[in-house]
Design a protein around this ligand. Sequence first.
Ligand SMILES: Cc1ncc(COP(=O)(O)O)c(C=O)c1O
Length: 394
Amino acid sequence: MLHRNLPSSLKQATVALHTDHDVEKDTSVSPPIHQSVTYLTENADDFAFKAQEPFNDMFYARHGTQTSSRIAKIIAELEGAEKAMMFASGMGAITTTILALVKSGDHMIAQKNQYSASASFLSKFLPRFGVDVTLVDQQSLKEFEKAVTPKTKIILVETPVNPLMSLTDLKLVSMLAKSHNIITICDNTFATPINQTPLNSGIDLVVHSASKYISGHHDLLAGSVAGTEALLRQIWDASMDLGPVAAPFNSWLALRGIRTLKLRIMEHNSNALKVASFLEQHSKIGKVYYPGLSSHPQHDLAKSQMTGFGGMLAFDIPGGYDAGKSFLKNLNICQNAASLGGVDTLVIQPAVMFKARLSDSEIRDLNITPGMIRMSVGIEDINDIVADIDQALN
Ligand SMILES: Cc1ncc(COP(=O)(O)O)c(C=O)c1O
């Protein structure tokens, strides 16, 4: 039987390649897709045991699959967590995690700026089940402190976040939460564990839209949560009832994508910093928002809690809606499409995107200007990205 002893302290790039592979069970170098929904049991007692066993990935696919266990193991290791679980989407991970931990009468705190579907879940869905949510300015510890009540169960944060790539101080928020016995959850989608490991700052649970950087190629929908075995056990129980589990094929694609996470993120980090610096010098651009720029108001915090600044940035085109729209139209390499975190550079004009469902003043309250462009900088050659932006502006 093949056997190998992996060192216990592998670096992130190696973790993504080797940590999930048990060569005693499977000698294939590239992982198989375990598509079967159900597995043989030895007898009725074995069946009964496996049916109850948490995280069993060889009983029935809603309980877990071997393919999703493999990517979950990598994410857990990268985030420094005891355990992780995969979901059908980022929203599947976020909603199941929250629903697993709250009951009617509980209270939650979250940021005013956060991913739009998380915001809608908190403001429209949860109150129907008796869970109140207070939204606070992510940059003000005072607002977090003021919002705490004896019923506060969860603080949900997201950093960096749209549209201004603003940050939440993870250490301060987690210290506050710990002193009140509150569970903290961080959406780490923009940063990824290569640039930021919230658990090391005292956060309890980390969620991802694995549809983004984790998988990295705009070709699947998946989500994850990572944290202690005890919390994951509660989330697994809820997931048994709710059923938002990751499909084996998507887990397999995500597994293929995460192998190159470190390499891709280093390139995203480097390209985004160069694009941000180029834009900051450009005469036709207003403000540029990127945590890696020394002009970013929270650059010091970025340097202290992130090891790289990510691939996401935003900038203002002074001419408003029309100038923003014609900029997008003139781009040839950077493409106007939803989502982020993949190898291709994608751009959106948030004000136009939100115009259908929000008033002008609501858009302004989100700090979105009419000509603002959000860019997920890809891994194309940096000279081609910059040239494309330059010609579109000119
Ligand atoms: C920060 C963040 N969190 C969560 C989600 C939701 O992820 P999914 O689309 O995989 O459900 C997204 C999607 O864009 C996101 O950007």
